[in-house]
Design a binder for this molecule. Structure first.
Ligand code: 0RA
Length: 643
């Protein structure tokens, strides 16, 4: 293979005139409104550039023409994506005089048809992103290895600097694209290794047999992902910290014309549904037709099997969706020619035909699997029946709470110091750990719009407890009643009594333990509270540093280090470290942590359900060894976490 350098391109005598630039369909549009094409111009958008190019290599892999992609993050923040695909064609269209390569690199939404030929990228999924990346790069260099030669074209801000030139000989085929994101466009131009690593790992799981390598030259580290079993490995990976019900994940794969459907599933002993859905390697966080088809097949087939084999008596009530999804880890991945992504965040697959395609593929193959693996089938059905029983018990417990609670009697929990404001949009609820801190918070608050709920006993670990046990826990019941919006499927954001729910815990071991427990509870049982941006974490100060008759409130160790540097030479410095909220007076608590004018709070988001879920189950689940491993690996960032 020809040697590749990443040095910036010298300005060349431009063979391109302004007229030629007319054909640069979309360059200006992309530069004017980058967010429309890559979502944003922060680091997230920056990462998108890399993914867009990798998608092209994945298309090649799906066409059976590429086995390897290498992503290299260079020291100067340029990035190279190299693959061993067919190489972007370089032949020139006689009418336009423009090569296929240049078309791919400069024309927005250039499909697979150009240069008078139709390049059938079978199952081609994306393949539109290269021109967007090019338009948003201060320079980009495309090298193609094809027909024994290496061809190259260079661009600046998407504009070709000259014709394609032959620069060497090659003994394989493929494409190498190196680009530097344009600092005029992006607010951040350096990449986060771990974010890219996770996404590439996901892509490798979703494309079995494709090797994806990530190299970080600045820090001299690299990772290679290759999964022969594809999403089977993905499911094993998600279940790695859980005890599983059956050893081998169920795997379903079917191709209908150019549409590919794959699913893998494995039950564990937990209670959560951990199903991830993808369309063309994009995580459809809001599901869609493929997920609906998958779920309906699962419920139908497990009911059929349970009835046919005497697990469910004739007049017993059917398993419902929640019963068959408890402790389920599953991936449903579809690849289709023209995906329609819907919803505000485009996180939902809309192609209507996918529902029945997935439903019959999963239905038929799952039925077959159960017939052929009666031991696994029994373990799975047992799990569903247990879930059904627990659900019925939980329903009874819940009815009891609801009957006893404010919804019926109008009484709020006695411990709640409510606010006077009635419009939930203006109301805040502080969940405060410990009675003494609760006292300061009650005194320090603005009682017009701030309510305080002190939490006393330990919150139950909802990951370990069955749903009926969880609902029997006093602290949990108090929280549910105070919020007034119900729980699980009954949760209704519109009934929420406070639009800001703020966790305020000590900066010590117990405090972070309680915070993790509360986060787990909300994540599992009121996910909409998080999705709709209602959940926050208060940020009390770590230190008060007195110098030159001035108080400095300091919120992190790093900040403290900097302050002490600044104060070097000052004679009298008194540093007080706050371990508990109770150590602050009511006024101090207000000033540092609760006053909307001066406080900082963290908004809790569930960016990647899979990631959060895995941390939750590592931290809160049954299996001890992975928890230990996680804690030692993250000892610094979670040093306060007692688990
Ligand atoms: C158009 C047509 C063909 C391949 C590609 C584009 C292609 C694009 C990229 C971008 C990065 N790597 C890539 N690899 C291939 C089909 C070529 C043929 O039929 O020979």
């Amino acid at each position: 293979m020809a040697q590749d350098t990443t040095a910036p391109i010298e300005p060349k005598n431009n063979d391109y005139s302004a007229d030629d630039i007319q054909v640069l369909g979309g360059r200006e549009a992309v530069r004017r409104r980058p967010g429309m094409y890559i979502g944003s111009t922060d680091q997230r958008g920056l990462h998108h550039l890399v993914y867009e190019i990798v998608y092209n290599s994945i298309d090649e892999a799906m066409a059976g023409c590429c086995t390897k992609a290498v992503v290299t993050l260079h020291k100067d923040n340029s990035v190279t994506v190299m693959d061993n695909g067919r190489g972007i064609p370089i032949d020139i269209h006689p009418a336009t005089g423009i090569s296929a390569l240049e078309t791919v690199m400069t024309v927005l939404h250039a499909g697979a048809k150009f240069g008078g030929k139709t390049y059938q990228v079978s199952g081609g999924l994306h393949g539109v992103g290269a021109s967007v990346v090019n338009a948003l790069s201060s320079w980009l260099k495309a090298r193609v290895r094809r027909d024994g030669k290496v061809y190259q074209q260079e661009y600046r801000q998407g504009i070709p600097q000259r014709e394609i030139t032959e620069v060497g000989t090659a003994n394989d085929t493929g494409t190498t694209i190196t680009f530097l994101a344009d600092a005029e466009i992006f607010t951040e131009t350096s990449y986060d290794f771990n974010t890219i690593r996770e996404r590439l790992q996901e892509m490798a799981y979703l494309n079995k047999g494709l090797e994806i390598k990530l190299e970080d030259e600045a820090n001299d580290r690299n990772r290679t992902f290759y999964f022969e079993g594809g999403i089977i490995g993905f499911v094993r990976h998600l279940n790695r910290n859980r005890s599983v019900r059956h050893h081998h994940p169920v795997y379903i794969s079917r191709q209908i014309n150019s549409t590919i459907i794959e699913a893998a599933l494995q039950y564990n002993d937990g209670f959560a549904d951990n199903t991830l859905s993808f369309a063309n390697c994009v995580n459809t966080i809001d599901g869609g037709t493929h997920l609906t088809g998958f779920r309906s097949a699962l419920t139908r087939i497990l009911n059929d099997y349970a009835h046919k084999n005497g697990f469910l008596k004739e007049n017993a009530s059917n398993l419902i969706g929640d019963d068959v999804r408890e402790g389920l880890t599953a991936i449903i991945s579809v690849k289709l020619a023209e995906p329609q992504f819907e919803g505000q965040t485009k996180g939902k697959l809309g192609n209507i035909e996918m529902k029945s395609l997935v439903e019959s593929a999963v239905g038929e193959e799952l039925a077959l699997y159960l017939e052929e693996h009666p031991d696994d089938a029994k373990r799975i059905i047992d799990k569903c029946l247990t879930a059904q029983k627990a659900r019925e018990a939980a329903r009874k417990a819940r009815d009891l709470i609801i009957r006893k609670s404010t919804l019926d009697t109008g009484t709020l929990p006695g411990k709640l110091a409510d606010c006077s404001e009635k419009n939930p949009a203006h109301c805040e609820l502080y969940l405060v750990e410990g009675p003494s801190a609760g006292g300061s918070a009650k005194q320090g608050r603005n009682r017009r719009f701030q309510a305080i709920l002190p939490l006393r006993g330990k919150i139950i670990n909802v990951e370990k407890a069955a749903p009926d046990k969880m609902l029997a826990n006093q602290e949990i019941r108090t929280i549910i009643t105070a919020l007034g919006a119900g729980i699980d499927d009954d949760f209704n954001s519109e009934k929420l009594r406070y639009h800001r729910v703020i966790l305020m815990t000590d900066a010590d071991v117990d405090g972070s333990h309680i915070r993790t427990l509360l986060l787990t509870f909300f994540f599992r049982h009121m996910p909409d509270l998080i999705h709709n941006g209602h959940l926050y974490i208060a940020q009390p100060p770590l230190y008060r540093t007195k110098a030159k008759k001035q108080d400095h409130w300091v919120y992190s160790d790093q900040e403290q280090e900097e302050l002490l540097k600044q104060l070097a030479g000052t004679r009298k410095i008194v540093v007080q470290r706050y371990k508990g909220l109770g150590e602050m007076s009511a006024e101090q608590l207000w000033e540092t942590t609760m006053d909307p004018a001066t406080r900082t709070m963290l908004l809790v988001t569930v960016e990647e359900a899979a990631k959060a879920d895995s941390i939750f189950s590592i931290l809160m689940g049954e299996e001890v060894p992975p928890r230990k491993a996680f804690i030692s690996a993250h000892a610094k960032s979670v040093k306060n976490l007692d688990i």
